[in-house]
Design a binder for this molecule. Structure first.
Ligand code: GLY
Length: 235
């Protein structure tokens, strides 16, 4: 999402292409059809001359088989495990961009989409204010569009950290009370001055850097009641 123009591009259920975010970015330049799924997304990628690639490498097949065996041996939920990369960028003209990418929930049903391609839930950017993006269990992240809400709160004058705290922890409480449980939820936010904040209900790693400060990795932990998180630099 381009925070200066609000242009959004997204794909879901795309198979057979590396770096789907490049395809999403190309879609963000279109006036219509900005969010494509499944075969339609692959067709667009092919029309735009993105190179098709078999993403099932021998290594990833081995990882998948080992994980399937672990889930069985340890009686884990097949759905315990997902990954997502989310990034916020700010340039010298105070223009902001946000992007996300994921292979989704482990062992997901064919056709499942999480929050990653959903503006408002998975990400949101407004260059006049700031940007926010999520990672965690998409099924819960899409129950309230907090990436948008965090940006909206920053727009009322809150710092990124205050906006994250104000948006995320009451939602976690609501989820527990009304849905009975809350999955893993983590958010990062940055305003157009480069100040940042995070909120999470699990151990969560993130990194921050700029042209004068090489990216530093941090690890965050929620407190016992999952009402706040603390973080420290990973040495
Ligand atoms: N947050 C990524 C997913 O649930 O697919």
């Amino acid at each position: 999402m381009n925070g200066s123009t609000f242009a959004v591009g997204a794909v879901a259920g795309l198979k057979g292409y590396a770096n789907p975010i490049s395809i999403a970015r190309r879609l963000s330049h279109e006036r219509f059809n900005n969010f494509l799924v499944g075969n339609g997304a692959s067709q667009f990628a092919s029309e735009q001359h993105f190179t098709a690639k078999n993403m099932l490498t021998a290594e990833s097949k081995q990882v998948w088989e080992a994980r399937v065996a672990e889930v069985k041996a340890k009686h884990l939920s097949p759905y315990a495990g997902h990954d997502k990369v989310s990034m916020i960028a700010l340039d010298h003209q105070q223009q902001m961009t946000v992007g996300t990418s994921t292979s989704g929930l482990f062992m997901k049903h064919p056709g499942r989409s999480g929050d990653s391609p959903l503006p408002g839930a998975g990400y949101y950017a407004d260059s006049l204010i700031g940007a926010a993006t999520a990672t965690g269990l998409g099924e819960d992240l899409m129950k309230r569009p907090l990436s948008y809400e965090i940006v909206r709160l920053m727009g009322t004058g809150l710092s990124p950290q205050a906006a994250c705290d104000q948006a995320v922890y009451p939602f976690i409480k609501d989820l527990r009370q009304r849905f009975g449980k809350a999955g893993e939820l983590s958010y990062i936010a940055m305003n157009n001055e480069g100040e940042w904040g995070i909120a999470t209900n699990v151990e969560f790693t993130f990194a921050v850097g700029d042209e004068n400060h090489p990216a530093k990795a941090y690890i965050a932990y929620p407190n016992e009641n999952k009402t706040k998180a603390t973080y420290k630099v990973i040495e």
